[in-house]
Design a protein around this ligand. Structure first.
Ligand code: NDP
Ligand code: 2IT
Length: 385
C-alpha cells in the first residue's frame, strides 16, 4: 500500500510490488515500473525473464522486478517526489546493495531514481550508492547507463546481422515507443547507417520518410514530457496517425518493438512479413506474443529475443554497481566498450546454445538455454536452500 498526498491535498493510495525471484548468481536485480497497468502478474513475468537475462550478461546479478500502478503522466514533480518517498518507505526494508538492487523501467527514469535514493539514504542513515542503479551522474550514476539499453539492442542486432552477412546500412527501421529504450536504439541505428521512419507513444505514431530527427523527439519526450504528436508541428513532411497499433503497417526492413509487452500480435506479424520485414529486434520485454514469434520463425525471419537483445541496460547497471563498490567512475568510452563486448558475447553464447541443442537459427530457444544453464548450475551447487 503506497499512500501519498496529491497537490490538491487529496489522499491517494496505490499498490506497490517487488518480486525477488532468484538470487543464485547475485543479489536480486531488476527495474521498477510505474504504469497504471501494473499488477502482480506483470511484475512476475518481468522478474522471471530478468533471471535469465541477467545470467546472459555474464555478470553476478540475480533476478527481480517491482513497480506500482501509479500513473506518472501529468503529475507534478512534487507529486512524483511524494509518491517515490512513500514507495521507498516500504521498499527500503527489502533492498540493499548486497540484497536487491532496483533500477528504472517504464515510467521510472533518473528523476524517480533520485527521489527514491534520497529517501533510502534518509531512512537508512547510510550512503549506500549501490542500492539503486540508473542514478544521476552527480551521485554515483554511470556514464552510458541512460543510453545502454537502446545502444545494446543495436549492438546485439548488428552482431546477429553480421553473422548472417547483413548490416544496418540503408535499412528502413520502425521503432515502437519513444521512451528511453526507443530513443537510444534509434540513435545508434542511425549511427550505423539506418533510416528510422516511424516511432510512437501510446496515443499514436509519427512517420517521417526523410528519417526521424531525434533531437526533436528528445526535446519533446525527455525535456517537455509531451506527446509524440508534437513532432509534426516541428518537422516538415512528417505525418501523425492516432492509435499506436498502426505503426506496424509502416513498411520496414527491421522492426524494433521498444514500448511494452504484447505490442506485436499475430495479425501485426502477418502484416510485417507481407511488407517484407526480415529482422525483429525485441527492445521491450516480451513485445511479441508467442504466436507472433512462432510465425516469424516459421517465415524465416531473424528474431533477436528480448532477454538477450535488451540485456545491455541491466548489464550497465551491474557496471554501475561495480563502479560504486570501487568508488570511482569510468569514462563514457570505457563503459560503452564494455557494453559492446557484453552484447557481442551474449550473441555468441545464444547462437552456440541454439546449435548445441539442435535448434540452429532459433535464437529464442538459444537465449533461454544459455541463460538457464548458469542459473541451474549455481542452484544445484548451492544445494537445497
Ligand atoms: P519509457 O517509460 O521510457 O517509455 C515507454 C514508451 O513506450 C513510451 O513511449 C510509452 O508511451 C510507450 N508505450 C506505448 N504503449 C504503452 C503501454 N501500453 N504501456 C507502456 N508504455 C507504452 O520506458 P522504457 O523505454 O524504459 O521501456 C520500454 C520497454 O523496454 C519496456 O518493455 C521495458 O521493460 C523495457 N526495458 C527497459 C530497460 C531500461 O533500461 N529502461 C531495460 C530493458 C528493457 P507513453 O508515453 O504514451 O506511455
Ligand atoms: O528490464 C530491464 O532489464 C530493466 N528495466 C533494467 C533493469 C536494471 O536493473 O537495470
Amino acid at each position: 500500500r503506497v499512500p501519498w498526498v496529491d497537490d490538491n491535498g487529496n489522499v491517494q493510495v496505490n499498490r506497490g510490488f517487488r518480486v525477488q525471484f532468484n538470487n543464485a548468481i547475485g543479489p536480486y536485480k531488476g527495474g521498477l515500473r510505474f504504469h497504471p497497468s501494473v499488477n502482480l502478474s506483470i511484475i512476475k513475468f518481468l522478474g522471471f525473464e530478468q533471471i535469465f537475462k541477467n545470467s546472459l550478461t555474464g555478470l553476478p546479478i540475480g533476478g527481480g522486478k517491482g513497480g506500482s500502478d501509479f500513473n506518472p503522466k501529468g503529475k507534478s514533480d512534487n507529486e512524483i517526489m511524494r509518491f517515490c518517498q512513500s514507495f521507498m518507505t516500504e521498499l527500503c526494508r527489502h533492498i540493499g546493495p548486497n540484497l536487491d538492487v532496483p533500477a528504472g523501467d517504464i515510467g521510472v527514469g533518473a528523476r524517480e531514481i533520485g527521489y527514491l535514493f534520497g529517501q533510502y539514504k534518509r531512512l537508512r542513515n547510510s550512503y549506500d550508492a549501490g542500492v539503486l542503479t540508473g542514478k544521476g551522474l552527480a551521485y554515483g550514476g554511470s556514464l552510458a547507463r541512460k543510453e545502454a539499453t537502446g545502444f545494446g539492442v543495436i549492438y546485439f542486432v548488428n552482431e546477429m546481422l553480421n553473422y548472417h552477412g547483413q548490416s544496418f546500412e540503408n535499412k528502413r527501421v520502425v521503432i515502437s515507443g519513444s521512451g528511453n529504450v526507443a530513443i537510444y536504439a534509434a540513435e545508434k541505428a542511425i549511427d550505423y547507417g539506418a533510416k528510422v521512419v516511424a516511432m510512437c507513444d501510446s496515443s499514436g505514431y509519427i512517420v517521417d520518410e526523410n528519417g526521424i530527427d531525434l533531437s526533436i523527439v528528445k526535446q519533446i519526450k525527455e525535456v517537455e514530457r509531451n506527446r509524440i504528436k508534437e513532432y509534426i508541428a516541428r518537422k516538415e513532411g512528417a505525418q501523425y496517425f492516432e492509435g499506436q497499433k498502426g505503426i506496424w503497417t509502416v513498411k520496414c526492413d527491421i522492426a524494433l518493438p521498444c514500448a511494452t509487452q504484447n505490442d506485436i500480435n499475430l495479425d501485426d506479424a502477418k502484416i510485417l512479413v507481407e511488407n517484407g520485414t526480415t529482422v525483429i529486434g525485441e527492445g521491450a520485454n516480451m513485445p511479441c506474443t508467442n504466436e507472433a514469434v512462432k510465425y516469424f520463425l516459421e517465415k524465416g525471419l531473424l528474431v533477436a529475443p528480448a532477454k538477450a537483445a535488451n540485456a545491455g541496460g541491466v548489464a550497465t547497471s551491474a557496471l554501475e554497481m561495480t563502479q560504486n563498490s570501487m568508488r570511482l567512475s569510468w569514462s563514457f568510452e570505457e563503459v560503452d566498450e564494455k557494453l559492446q563486448g557484453i552484447m557481442v558475447n551474449i550473441c555468441h553464447n545464444m547462437v552456440d546454445a541454439a546449435e548445441r541443442y539442435g535448434f540452429k537459427g532459433n535464437y529464442v530457444v538459444g537465449a533461454n538455454i544459455a541463460g538457464f544453464e548458469k542459473v541451474v548450475d549455481a542452484m544445484q551447487a548451492q544445494g537445497i536452500v
